[in-house]
Design a protein around this ligand. Structure first.
Ligand SMILES: [Zn+2]
Length: 180
C-alpha cells in the first residue's frame, strides 16, 4: 500500500496533473475604509450589531460577536454569540439572529446583515467573516427568499468588507438542488 502510494506520487502524478482541467471561481467583495464610510442605513445597522455584541455570552472565548439583520419592512433583528461549557452546544451571533428572523418573520425578506466582533485578548482591526456553518445557514435564507442578502462584516475597528450576496462568501454552495 505504501509502495503504491509512493509510486503514484513519484511517477503517475505528472500524467495525472496533465489530464486535469481546472475551473476558476470568481468572487468579489467591496471594502469600506471604516464603519464611518458606510451608507447611513447600514451604519445604523452596524451600530445595532455593536450594541448586541456587548451583550454576547462569551465567557470561554472572550470573543464577542454581534449581528444585526435588516428586514424589508425596516425591522432590525439582532443576535450575539451564546457559548456553552459543552462547546458545540453554543451558537454564533449570525445564526442566533437569522434563526430568530426566520422564526418570527418568515415572510419578510432579509435585506442586509451586519457583523462585528471584539476580542478581550487583542484589538481586532481586520474584518471577521461569518464562519462556514453561518454561511451555509445564510445561504438557505437567501435561496428561500430568492433575493440576495448584503453582508457587511468588520472587527472592532478598521475596514468593513461587504459581499453583495452569500454566493461571494460561499461559492459552490450546497443547496436543495443537490438533494434532487
Ligand atoms: Zn458562525
Amino acid at each position: 500500500m505504501l509502495k503504491a502510494t509512493r509510486d503514484f506520487f513519484s511517477s503517475n502524478k505528472f500524467v495525472y496533473l496533465q489530464n486535469l482541467k481546472k475551473i476558476e471561481l470568481h468572487t468579489q467583495l467591496s471594502v469600506f475604509k471604516s464603519k464611518d464610510h458606510l451608507p447611513l442605513l447600514t451604519l445604523d445597522l452596524m451600530d445595532a450589531a455593536e450594541k448586541a455584541r456587548e451583550n454576547a455570552y462569551a465567557p470561554y472565548s472572550k470573543f464577542r460577536v454581534g449581528a444585526a439583520i435588516l428586514l424589508e419592512n425596516g425591522e432590525v433583528i439582532t443576535g450575539n454569540n451564546q457559548e456553552n461549557a459543552a462547546y458545540p452546544s453554543g451558537l454564533c451571533a449570525e445564526r442566533v439572529a437569522i434563526f430568530f428572523a426566520g422564526s418570527q418573520f418568515p415572510n419578510l425578506k432579509i435585506m442586509q446583515l451586519a457583523v462585528t466582533a471584539r476580542s478581550e485578548k487583542q484589538t481586532l482591526n481586520v474584518p471577521i467573516p461569518p464562519c462556514g456553518s453561518c454561511r451555509q445557514s445564510i445561504a438557505e435564507y437567501e435561496i428561500k427568499q430568492n433575493h440576495p442578502i448584503e453582508i457587511f462584516f468588520m472587527g472592532e475597528t478598521g475596514q468593513v468588507y461587504k459581499s453583495d450576496s452569500i454566493k461571494d462568501l460561499l461559492p459552490l454552495l450546497f443547496d436543495s438542488n443537490s438533494l434532487k
